[in-house]
Design a protein around this ligand. Structure first.
Ligand SMILES: [Fe+2]
Ligand SMILES: [Fe+2]
Length: 186
């Protein structure tokens, strides 16, 4: 599997959970309650899989290599993508912070939760689209075969440190299944 294919495969699982978060957002917009038992594991997914497992490889390995290679040519695109990663991290922190009050039915908590949830879902959806359709095809064009091989090896080493790609996928696919059970459609 090519390096950007690896990342696109991860996007598929992230998009699945984003779909559930979008549904949670809609339900809250309609004044209904979404159980905190849904949000807590959902945020574990966002931190553990989307941020630590996926964004880490993009930011520190792929962007790192590209920034050396193109001597600044791709810097503004990578700057925008990095900024969006950071916004996602801040939104996760905001959601986690709001959850304490949401659990206790504090009056302002649903608004704070909804605000951060809206930013997270909207930013990450757009971000993934941009990477899949624009940035990754560009990266595939500028990387030489030996650089792709080296990058793939670095990805594998990083994944091994987190328990191995297969184990990480199994863990977070199971988590996504659980989220679906906790918060079924309808
Ligand atoms: Fe990204
Ligand atoms: Fe990504």
């Amino acid at each position: 599997m090519g390096v950007t294919q690896t990342l696109i495969q991860e996007h598929q699982l992230i998009l699945r959970v984003l779909g559930l978060l979008r549904r949670a957002r809609k339900r809250m917009e309609n004044g209904k309650k979404v159980p905190t038992a849904f949000f807590e594991p959902a945020m574990d997914f966002c931190s553990g899989f989307a941020d630590q497992f996926h964004h880490f490889k993009e930011e520190f390995l792929l962007f790192g290599l590209l920034s050396h290679k193109r001597q600044g040519e791709l810097d503004s695109a990578m700057g925008a993508l990095r900024y969006q990663h950071e916004c996602c991290r801040q939104s996760i922190a905001g959601i986690r912070q709001a959850l304490a009050g949401y659990r206790e039915n504090e009056a302002l908590a649903p608004s704070f939760l909804l605000e951060n949830l809206a930013v997270y879902v909207s930013f990450l959806q757009r971000h993934i689209h941009e990477e899949d359709k624009v940035f990754f095809p560009l990266a595939e064009k500028v990387l030489l075969p030996f650089e792709k091989t080296a990058l793939a090896r670095q990805f594998e080493e990083e994944e091994e440190q987190q328990g191995g790609r297969r184990a990480v996928f199994e863990k977070y696919e199971t988590l996504a299944d659980d989220l679906c059970r906790i918060f079924p459609p309808g």
